[in-house]
Design a protein. Structure first.
Lengths: 306, 401
């Protein structure tokens, strides 16, 4: 979480370490070199290429997919004008999925870390259950959801029986299915950071809460939850960021009215070879996520805890 | 830790805060009664049928080695542990079945357990806010002044030293004016000098707020310095309870004799009982023990004397009347510590006897290898049950350190 740690440093007022010697600093740079090289080659260069591509114009009289370098910033205006609904939808779906994943993941993490504390075997088994889905491919799991939510499946049958769904109601090819898929697929990314945080929570702080007249719910609200905020922030970011760019769930579980921005970028790149539009949308997505995340971290105010 | 964050930083401030109102201040505490309390963890009995009454307003110390059940006792009073059997009463009211947050009891935890996500002020105000006390913030500030941490109110616990955190933890408990304030080895993590300073400080604060303090410690000096009453615990039971001087001068068990300071314990048999003293045969010598200082008046006994009560003399020197004398023995070790000199004297048939001598008198120098006699006043002698292990409690402090 480079964004988190970078912001975390800004707000810190803690101990200032003495400046390292020149030699120690040289050593540190040497250790950073492979990482920096990797990031330079596979992140900075491609992002720059993407930025350039987003400003290209079609070759006059050229074939489909033929573009030439230019500084056509109108590409951005056109992309946004055409695809803003998909962009907004992506962030809405991602936000709802993140909230749902939090509501499901926090109790899971709390159960494993706090309730099962002192029973290492039980903890290990529950953790395996959280991680086990990763043993199967992401695509396969999403296809499995297609089966679960199918019109003739038991979920739809049950919902129809209880009149939650109308007799001809369905779940596949709806936004409900897409959000359910997103929630499910990114749930471990929410659960594990929260678990890691709660696992480190000193049980004596809970006792101190009880000692200072706070009952169970109050201690949770005043001590446990605020103390686990760094885990919550990490978990929400790890869920929200990939979920907003995701297109697999929308493709497999949605329909034409649930199209997410990832799907648009995918089809612009690979189906119609409209590289500048795809590149500009990618760039907009990246910037939007950066702004949202920065605002969120600022608002969460957990700099000192990170 | 930057330079301005220092424990002594707050000492310049003379102002003392008002924690409780003048009416609440005295008698803010209540009698704490433990009635035949037992705590079992599986097959292990941590606290064994313990009964105890701690009067309101007193400074009470539970002293014992680790694993003696003192912390478990404390946790049962706090409500963090439920007794297997027995009752806990606060001010006459049975609170055995109530939860920790329902009890008017606050704890200063060994690790301080300050909330890292809250400022010092909010830490101290935490209990008041839960009780919805009016002007919680003002009272929290007063409590911080009381422990001389007023200037730290806006800091986070992580930005403070151990000693400062300790004071904040104390303020966080004191501010609630609890019926009983529990201290779980609160000075254990501090260095020696700071610990001494905090001992005096704790005593001052206790007198100032007039609350009942129950202090758990394995440090006998700490217990004796601060507490009005000390209970020595061993294996989940109270060995002996009383004022520090009383425990020290007249231990009733070998464990107390050895755990609280040091003792020379000599095994013997009671041979005669005349008037107010017992005549005890110890390795062929006759030693005298006052009857009112003996646990038993017949059979096997341990004759005890504290090392500083003993004096060393040469065979050609006289001893006062009413003295118990053993020897001759050979000096095996001489350790000069400044204010006193510690001698180890090997007496054939009795083993090694320790002597602390104040460095006030001149006289003949005593060196290792010298043949000497040992004497002490009969009124300083105490008698213990001879079936006890004479070394009980003497090794514990080494394990602890």
């Amino acid at each position: 979480m480079s964004v988190v740690s970078a912001l975390g440093h800004g707000g810190g007022t803690g101990t200032a370490a003495p400046p390292p010697s020149r030699r120690a600093r040289g050593g540190a740079y040497l250790l950073l070199a492979p990482g920096l090289l990797y990031l330079g080659l596979f992140f900075v260069v491609p992002v720059f290429a993407l930025l350039m591509t987003s400003l290209y114009v079609p070759v006059p009289g050229g074939d489909v997919g033929q573009f030439q370098p230019a500084f056509e910033w109108q590409n951005y205006v056109r992309s946004l004008e055409t695809y803003w609904p998909q962009l907004v939808r992506s962030f809405s779906y991602a936000a709802i999925a993140t909230i749902l994943a939090f509501c499901i993941g926090y109790p899971m993490a709390y159960t494993i870390a706090v309730r099962a504390r002192g029973r290492p075997f039980l903890q290990a088994m529950l953790l395996v259950l959280v991680i086990a889905p990763f043993f199967t491919s992401f695509i396969l799991r999403t296809i499995a959801w297609k089966q679960i939510l199918a019109d003739e499946g038991f979920v739809v049958a049950a919902l129809r029986a209880f009149s939650v769904l109308p007799p001809d109601g369905r779940l596949t090819a709806t936004s409900v299915a897409v959000i359910a898929g997103l929630t499910y697929n990114f749930l471990p990314f929410m659960t594990l950071p929260i678990y890691a945080n709660l696992e480190r929570l000193d049980p004596r702080l809970i006792e101190a809460g009880a000692d200072l007249y706070a009952n169970g719910p109050t201690t949770f609200w005043r001590v446990t939850l605020p103390m686990s905020m760094p885990g919550v922030v990490s978990g929400t970011l790890l869920t929200f960021i990939p979920a907003s760019g995701d297109f697999v769930n929308s493709v497999l579980l949605g329909n034409n009215s649930t199209t997410m921005i990832g799907q648009v970028i995918d089809s612009r790149f690979f189906k119609v070879s409209d590289y500048p539009t795809a590149a500009s949308l990618s760039f907009v997505l990246m910037m939007a996520i950066l702004v949202l995340v920065a605002a969120y971290i600022r608002r969460a105010g957990t700099e000192e805890l990170l | 830790m930057s330079a301005d964050v220092h424990v002594d930083a707050g000492r310049a401030e003379p102002s003392r805060g008002r924690v409780a109102g003048p009416d609440e201040r005295r008698g803010g505490g209540a009698d704490l009664v433990l009635d035949r309390v037992t705590k079992e963890f599986g097959a292990y009995t941590a606290v064994d049928d313990l009964s105890l009454t701690i009067p309101a307003g007193s400074f009470f110390a539970l002293l014992g080695p680790s694993g003696c059940g003192k912390t478990t006792t404390l946790r049962m009073v706090a409500g963090l542990e439920a007794p297997t059997r027995g009752r806990v009463l606060l001010g006459g009211e049975d609170v055995t079945g109530t939860r920790a947050h329902q009890r008017p009891v606050n704890t200063v935890f060994q690790s301080y357990a300050l909330f890292p996500h809250l400022t010092v002020l909010e830490n101290v105000a935490f209990g008041l806010r839960r009780k919805r006390v009016a002007n919680a913030e003002d009272r929290a500030r007063d409590a911080l002044e009381l422990v001389e941490m007023g200037h730290m109110a806006d800091r986070r616990p992580s930005q403070m030293s151990g000693g400062q955190q300790q004071r904040v933890a104390l303020a966080r408990a004191v501010v609630n004016n609890p019926a009983v304030l529990l201290l779980d080895e609160p000075l254990g993590a501090l260095d020696l000098k700071l610990r001494r300073q905090m001992q005096t400080e704790l005593k001052r604060i206790q007198l100032e707020v007039g609350q009942t303090f129950v202090h758990v410690t394995h440090d006998q000096e700490e217990a004796m310095t601060m507490a009005d009453t000390v209970a020595v615990m061993n294996h989940g039971r109270i060995e002996q309870m009383g004022a520090p001087e009383e425990l020290y001068e007249l231990p009733r068990t070998a464990f107390v004799a050895n755990f609280l300071g040091q003792s020379n314990l000599l095994a013997g048999q009671v041979q005669e009982s005349t008037g107010e003293v017992l005549g005890v045969d110890v390795g062929g010598r006759r030693l005298w023990v006052p009857k009112d200082r003996a646990v038993t008046t017949s059979g096997a006994v341990l004759v005890g004397a504290r090392p500083e009560k003993l004096h060393i003399f040469f065979a050609d020197e006289g001893v006062p009347d009413d003295s118990n004398v053993v020897g001759p023995g050979r000096v095996t070790d001489v350790a000069f510590t400044g204010v006193s000199t510690q001698y180890q004297v090997e007496v054939p048939g009795l083993g090694t006897i320790g002597v602390f001598a104040q460095n006030v008198f001149g006289g003949r120098a005593i060196r290792a290898g010298d043949e000497v006699m040992l004497g002490w006043a009969v009124r300083h002698t105490f008698g213990l049950d001879g079936s006890e292990d004479a070394s009980a409690g003497s090794e514990v402090e080494d394990e602890e350190a």
